[in-house]
Structures are given as structure tokens and as C-alpha cells.
Design a binder for this molecule. Structure first.
Ligand code: HEM
Ligand code: HEM
Length: 232
């Protein structure tokens, strides 16, 4: 027997394609991207109707996502992806470490980013409902008549300013996705498009909720928004 050490064959883990994101969550994500762009490009049109419609659609989808966060698929539930802030920081601490991508759903840091993004979008549509045209002294948002002119003007200022905060968060979000691709070689985008990801064979397939239930929830959310903007 020679004393030469043969390089040990690298252990290969069998990976299987698994569903990690349900269709409703993926459709929600890409619809939000389109609606934010639509809201931005329609903000200064003479006819504000398109901006309002885009905003109401986004509000309906956010309501849906809120409920889906409690009764939706396992990876979309807040209880699954909101872990302690310490865990989030611990995740960031080994960000530069190269390791295989075994993550099912949002990671501990990404979960907080998701919550902040959703909450800030909520602020944008919430303030939009109370917007007031200070030049012509007319309420523009459907609920502006419920508050004084002074309050509505302040809320409108928040609506204008908060869009910059949203832009900053989106830049951070996209930079984080790029950093995962470049530094860790983790492709997060493909699963957000196809819903599937290659994971170690021993990984338990996350439980997926019914898309029909999601559709019913979206319709119900749209009805609630319709009642709020037309009947109050
Ligand atoms: C319920 C939803 C929404 C309603 C009712 C609404 C309503 C309005 C109204 C009436 C204005 C004109 C205010 C003015 O005269 O200064 C406005 C401006 C604006 N909205 Fe919305 N909006 C909504 C959602 C959104 C969303 C989702 C975004 C983007 C994410 C957005 C971004 C903006 C921006 C950037 C402006 C321009 C502010 C400025 O001129 O400084 N809005 N919105
Ligand atoms: C308007 C811009 C965007 C907004 C507001 C936004 C918002 C969000 C939100 C709220 C989630 C959580 C999804 C959920 O659980 O419901 C998410 C996840 C995600 N987004 Fe975006 N997004 C935007 C643009 C993009 C773009 C351009 C990309 C592609 C480069 C992208 C890639 C992703 C990926 C890969 C995830 C899943 C992250 C993970 O694996 O944990 N997003 N985004």
C-alpha cells in the first residue's frame, strides 16, 4: 500500500426539485412590482382615476397577503418566516460564508425585510385614501372627507414622502437579492418565478394551501376595498 493519500471524493447530497412558493404568493409579488410602477407613472396624470384604481388594486392584494400570512401555504405564513431579530442578525453575520442553499422560504433576515416592505406599502395605500388636493381645495382620496383639510394635507405630505422610503426599500431589496447571487451563489429569483427549488432529498416538502381559497380571498378583499372606497 503506498502512503499517497487519494483526495476524498466530495460528498454529494442528492437534491430534488420541491415546491417552495405557491402560485398566489408569486403572482402577488410580481403584481405588486407592476402596480407600484403603474402607481408611480400615473401619479401626475390630469385624470387621477388610473392612480386610484392602481392603488385600490394594490390595497386589495395587500389585504389578501395579510390574511394569507395566517392561513396560506407554510412558506407564506408570518409565523414561519418571522423569527427573532437576534436570529436575523446571526444570519447576516455569516452572509459572506459560501454554503449550499438549503433555505425553504424566507431566511431569518429576509423575513424582516418582507414585513417592512409590506408594512410600508400599507402606509402608502393607507395615506393615499386620505389625499387632498391643496391647490383646488378638494378631497381626492375616497376617505379625505372624513378628516379636516389640515389633517388631510399632512397625510398627503406623508403619501408624497413615503414613496421615497418605498424606493429606498426596493433598492435595498433588489441589492440583497443580487448580493445572494454574487456572493453566496444562491439564485432566489428563479424560485420566485417557478415556485420550485432544488433542495436536499431529506427536506420536508412545505405544505401548500389551495389556490382556489386564495382566489376567493382576493375577491373578498376587493369587495371590502370597494365598499370602503365607495360607501364610506
Ligand atoms: C389607495 C391607494 C392610493 C390613493 C387613493 C392615492 C391617491 C393619490 C392622490 C390623490 C395623489 C395626488 C395628491 C396630490 O394632489 O398631491 C397621489 C399622489 C402620489 N401617489 Fe398615490 N395613491 C394611492 C396609492 C399609491 C401608491 C401605491 C403609490 C406608489 C407606491 C403612490 C404614489 C404616489 C406618488 C409618488 C404621488 C405624487 C406625490 C407628489 O406629487 O409629491 N400612491 N396619490
Ligand atoms: C417594486 C419592487 C418590489 C417589491 C415591492 C418587492 C417586494 C417583495 C415582497 C413583499 C416579497 C415577499 C413575498 C411574500 O412573501 O409575499 C419579496 C420577495 C422576493 N422578491 Fe421582491 N419586490 C420587488 C422587486 C423585486 C425584483 C425586481 C426582484 C428580482 C430581482 C425581486 C425578487 C424577490 C425574491 C427573489 C423574493 C424572495 C426572497 C426569498 O427568497 O426570501 N423582487 N419581494
Amino acid at each position: 500500500m503506498s502512503g499517497v493519500r487519494r483526495p476524498r471524493a466530495r460528498q454529494t447530497v442528492l437534491r430534488l426539485s420541491m415546491r417552495v412558493w405557491d402560485a398566489p404568493t408569486r403572482l402577488f409579488h410580481w403584481a405588486v412590482v407592476v402596480l407600484i410602477a403603474t402607481s408611480y407613472f400615473t401619479r401626475n396624470l390630469t385624470d387621477i382615476t388610473w392612480h386610484l384604481l392602481s392603488g385600490y388594486t394594490l390595497l386589495s392584494l395587500l389585504l389578501f397577503r395579510l390574511v394569507w400570512g395566517f392561513i396560506g401555504s407554510e412558506t407564506s405564513r408570518f409565523s414561519q418566516f418571522l423569527r427573532s431579530p437576534v436570529e436575523g442578525l446571526r444570519h447576516l453575520a455569516h452572509f459572506t460564508r459560501r454554503e449550499p442553499d438549503d433555505q425553504v422560504g424566507h431566511n431569518a433576515a429576509g423575513g424582516w425585510m418582507v414585513l417592512v416592505l409590506l408594512a410600508d406599502l400599507g402606509v402608502q395605500v393607507g395615506t393615499g385614501l386620505f389625499t387632498y388636493d391643496a391647490d383646488d381645495h378638494v378631497p381626492q382620496g375616497p376617505l379625505a372627507h372624513l378628516v379636516s383639510e389640515d389633517t388631510a394635507e399632512k397625510i398627503t405630505a406623508v403619501h408624497s414622502f413615503n414613496f421615497n422610503v418605498i424606493l429606498a426599500l426596493i433598492v435595498l431589496h433588489v441589492l440583497a437579492v443580487i448580493a445572494y447571487a454574487v456572493i453566496k451563489k444562491h439564485d432566489l429569483v428563479r424560485p420566485m418565478i417557478t415556485g420550485r427549488k432544488r433542495l436536499p432529498g431529506a427536506t420536508r416538502q412545505p405544505r401548500m394551501a389551495s389556490s382556489v381559497l386564495a382566489l376567493l380571498l382576493v375577491v373578498l378583499s376587493a369587495c371590502v376595498v370597494w365598499v370602503v372606497v365607495t360607501r364610506i
